[in-house]
Write a protein that binds this ligand. Sequence first.
Ligand code: 4AD
Ligand code: MG
Length: 483
Amino acid sequence: APPRTRINTVSSDLIGNTLCVKGWVRSVRAQKAFAFIDLNDGTNLAGLQIIVHGDAPCFPLVSTLSTGCSISAVGELVASLGSAQPVELRATALTLLGSAAQYPLQKKRHSLEFLRSIAHLRPRTNSIAAVSRIRSALAMATHAFFSENGFVYVHSPLITASDCEGAGEMFRVTTALQQDGTPQPSESSQTEHSEQSDSTPRVDFKNDFFGKPAFLTVSGQLSAECFATALGDVYTFGPTFRAENSNTSRHLAEFWMIEPEMAFADLHDDMNNAEQLVKYLVSHVIQKCSADLAFFDRFIQKGLLQKLNTVVEKPFARLSYTEAIDILERANKPNKKGKRRFEFEVRWGVDLQSEHERYLAETHFQKPVFVYNYPSAIKAFYMRANDEDGGKTCAAMDLLVPGIGELIGGSQREERLDVLEDKIEKSGLEFDAYWWYLDLRRFGTVPHAGYGLGFERMVQFVTGMENIRDVIPFPRYPGNAEF
Ligand code: 4AD
Ligand code: MG
């Protein structure tokens, strides 16, 4: 047989050629004179129709095929008489590679919720396969964007002692479990080491990271800052972890983040880079994944393509937090029945809730919006204090997008040693843990800025998928780490 042809490369240009295709059967329709097999190999949505004539030697095999089984088929590519596809493969040889009795994915629409319970099989569905192809294209385009713009890709560690966001939402790393699965007793309750001399510190080598506390990172930013203040423009792109017990359609316990960090850059450079990245990613997908996007536009989110075109064509809105609060307060005036638009309070000083973010992006501006200069009190310690108002606000920015809310969070970083020391102190963070971070301000400090883009939220935005659990291969959320 000829070598395998990927189905996404099969087109009418190949009519008359003998091809070998391999994949999984989506459906089989057998009549007396013909049988039709709908074959999909995951390379595209359309798949390929295989036609088997009644007089072909492999015709009897068709009756043994069912949805989900894997086959290889060899035959001539011919123009199709049917209107649903331009070409089909007229099979002369069929081989059953693997049968699939009681296959749980029948040819009907399954709910996304059901598909999560069979996460190992769900990439065989149209929606999850299309999400996976788009996710991959977005990841490749991310590297292309930064590479084209002269950024160095830095691998930041996943195991770390520092809490970048200072929010205490970290998973602790432990090295071993006892045989019954419970954690080793902690340092204080352990007695086996009592024969050690009193001068030896009694460390518990089984708990923690070989005697030191360690956590899964919430962000690669602090590492990226070390490299930005040496190499100029850098980025990290990897998994990050948050031990927040939130069951929402926008949060995961393990998610991927794109984090650029730029030396000699301020908040405006930061927003400019973020806008360019988002536009680059969206236009890349529009060009490279048009069939998958058309599928999402049709079945998942009406108007998706139009929304994405707006992102590429129109400049994003930019307004200060203070201006945003103004708009939200106006929108929240009680109506005749005394009812307000928002569930959560709006006033200067509050953190924006997802309903507020979505109002700004979806209803008011109807496009992506940067909100900048947030109150310092609700933002992380490393964000640069604005001098104009005595540090009441800081040089932070969030990018809010329709349908999602916050897609990006970033800031210009506090580069002044004394101001940063003060903020760490006031945030109640453990000062000693940040000695190396402070060194970046002691030795050749420079203005610098960066941001984090939540990669899954980007995949949601581009595909229109409602739930973040459906845009990552194996979602991690409270109570779910099975697959
Ligand atoms: O706003 P965040 O917490 O910012 C940081 O971590 C900064 N250190 C980034 C930086 O400046 N280098 O997170 C950044 C983005 C959010 O805007 C959101 O898109 C995403 O990460 N994100 C989450 N995505 C999924 N699940 C969660 N639990 C997320 N938490 C944040
Ligand atoms: Mg944020």
